[in-house]
Design a protein around this ligand. Sequence first.
Ligand code: GDP
Ligand code: MG
Length: 190
Amino acid sequence: TNWGFRGSWVLKMIVVGRSAVGKTSLMHEVVVGRLPAITTLNYEFVVFNYEIPREDLVEQDSKYASLKLPEKVKLKYQIWDTAGQERFRNLVKSYYRGTSVAFIVYAINDRDSFEDVEYWVNDLEKYTFWHKIVLIGNKIDLEDLRVVSYDEGKELADEYGFDFFETSVLKDIGTAELMPNISHPILKSL
Ligand code: GDP
Ligand code: MG
């Protein structure tokens, strides 16, 4: 975590998972609300701001009452994406450096991408301290092609102690609540 509180907390976040599961789509169309402006060259990040009123924080946990906080507390996510290096499973160490939040994404119509989750968990566990890891089963609009059930995803997430969500970036299902849902617990743990 980049502490240094100057009105906002900055968190580095990464999105990992097998190629073509929808990682880039997820971070741009959902988190930023637009398509990528340019093609990812090597690595790039986008910034997502989550704002929460000070009184809401204090209400959740009295420890915030003693802190000098602004009216609105900002959680600034710096979300990193790759240009497809995940295809070769060679995400460099610096990509992980300083990261504390991760999305591991698979597609519910791609069994291999689900089997890959274990690899990414192992890769993540080699590095840093994690505030939160979230498992995401994407492409639920492709229900007819589903090969990974909701329960399988949920069970795996529970095993690792991760949050779990199913989404469709294409149809905007389950995506809007993603960042708010993870932000409150993260703020509490800061
Ligand atoms: P990445 O390789 O993991 O970054 O995946 P991309 O974001 O590049 O997406 C790969 C393909 O999946 C693209 O053609 C996307 O349009 C498509 N895609 C992404 N999300 C969804 C989804 O929720 N449903 C469907 N049907 N397609 C999606
Ligand atoms: Mg991508």
